[in-house]
Design a protein around this ligand. Structure first.
Ligand code: NAP
Ligand code: F7E
Length: 322
């Protein structure tokens, strides 16, 4: 049997690295699209480097997308690339629309040109639910995005649905709720907390500044969520799926678990900074993954408390050099 080929955009990101590992374990030939930078930052895929085929490309550049698809000839395309940090989307709203929104159309157009028979995964987001219109959120819950990032993701979601319906592409959209790991970017709240807990414990920092501690999210483990992406592309029919744990926790709870794991007192080290609050907040997200459970046989393996404790331990090891 010939090896199946996958192209992953955003392979240098948190999810890209876990998905690449997962696909390699499944016996795929894994191709990744990467951006040129003045200094290469491939830490998350360093351990896989010899087993991956990388192609230079950017979601803003149609030529490079066509060439990456021609070179990789993928059976499956996973579009994980995006400007993914919500707070930055207010600072760079137009660029966010280009990367996270119309970038999806560019990739779908390149796919139509080069490999219309391939299967396509779009990384949609619970941020599309924003100021929620239903609790818990399911696939049919109407969207009410609260940030330029959320608005751009709604565009990416509907263009995926539209290309499926217009051209018969096997294009699925995974509406993933927050998922974290020791490889999460340092700017996201869970990793910011676990990294600072470790750094304070090791006397490398004295303080942690945070914004809204009352925000609630449905947080899962990235390693579990990439399996759901793959399962979507193994179905006969392309559809959209909510991927979540079904449990919500506050930023404050995350802080309490992380500081407990590091053996620290919150009162001694945490400061509230109003500048870290967002112009419009998403207060409470909680997903119902029933469809993913029933149709894909998917279930998360790692719970919230286990995840946060694991991240603190990983950061203690990283910063302590042990
Ligand atoms: P991430 O760690 O921020 O990774 C984003 C990736 O996109 C990086 O590899 C980045 O490359 C790449 N990228 C950004 N702009 C690009 C461009 N113009 N052209 C090509 N590549 C570009 O994000 P993540 O957490 O892995 O998330 C993966 C995807 O899922 C994103 O689309 C995100 O919006 C979405 N999502 C994430 C979550 C979550 O909780 N993690 C939940 C729902 C949806 P560089 O390394 O060069 O910057
Ligand atoms: O914020 C609050 C903040 O930046 C979570 C992305 O992967 O998930 C992620 O988006 C909450 C928000 O993630 C700080 O106001 C308080 O309510 O970790 P976050 P996010 O905005 O939920 C979705 C599903 C995606 O699709 C995105 O790509 O935490 N919060 N204090 C803070 N957040 C940050 N970052 N920093 C703080 O100091």
């Amino acid at each position: 049997m010939t090896m199946r080929r996958a192209l992953v955009t955003g392979i240098t990101g948190q999810d890209g690295s876990y998905l690449a590992e997962f696909l390699l374990d499944q016996g795929y030939e894994v191709h990744g699209m990467v951006r040129r930078a003045s200094t290469e930052k491939f830490e998350r895929i360093d351990h896989l480097r010899d087993r991956l085929k990388l192609h230079q490309g950017d979601l803003l550049d149609h030529r490079s997308l066509v060439d990456a698809l021609r070179a990789s000839r993928p059976d499956e395309i996973y579009n994980l690339a995006a400007m993914s940090f919500v707070a930055t989307s207010w600072i760079q709203p137009t660029l966010t629309a280009e990367f996270t929104g119309t970038g999806v159309t560019r990739l779908l157009e390149a796919m139509r040109e080069v490999c219309p028979e391939a299967r396509f995964y779009q990384a949609s987001s619970s941020e599309m639910f924003g100021k929620v219109l239903e609790v818990p959120q399911v696939e049919s819950t109407p969207f009410y995005p609260r940030s330029p990032y959320g608005v751009a993701k709604v565009y990416g979601h509907f263009i995926t649905v539209n290309y499926r319906e217009s051209y018969g592409l096997h294009a699925s959209s995974g509406i993933l709720f927050n998922h974290e790991s020791p490889r999460r970017g340092l700017e996201f709240v869970t990793r910011k907390i676990t990294w600072h807990a470790a750094a304070i414990k090791l006397n490398l920092r004295r303080e942690l500044s945070l914004g809204n501690l009352d925000a609630m999210r449905d947080w899962g483990f990235a390693g579990d969520y990439v399996k759901a992406m793959w399962l979507m592309l193994q179905q006969d029919h392309a559809e959209d799926y909510v991927v979540a744990t079904g449990e919500a926790h506050s930023v404050r709870e995350c802080l309490e678990i992380a500081f407990d794991q590091a053996g620290l007192s919150i009162d001694d080290h945490v400061r509230l900074d109003p500048a870290l609050r967002r112009p419009a907040e998403v207060e409470h997200l909680i997903g119902d993954p029933a469809k993913a459970r029933e149709r894909l046989g998917w279930a998360p393996a790692v719970g919230f408390e286990q995840l946060i404790r694991m991240m603190v331990d990983a950061d203690l090891k990283l910063l302590g050099g042990t």
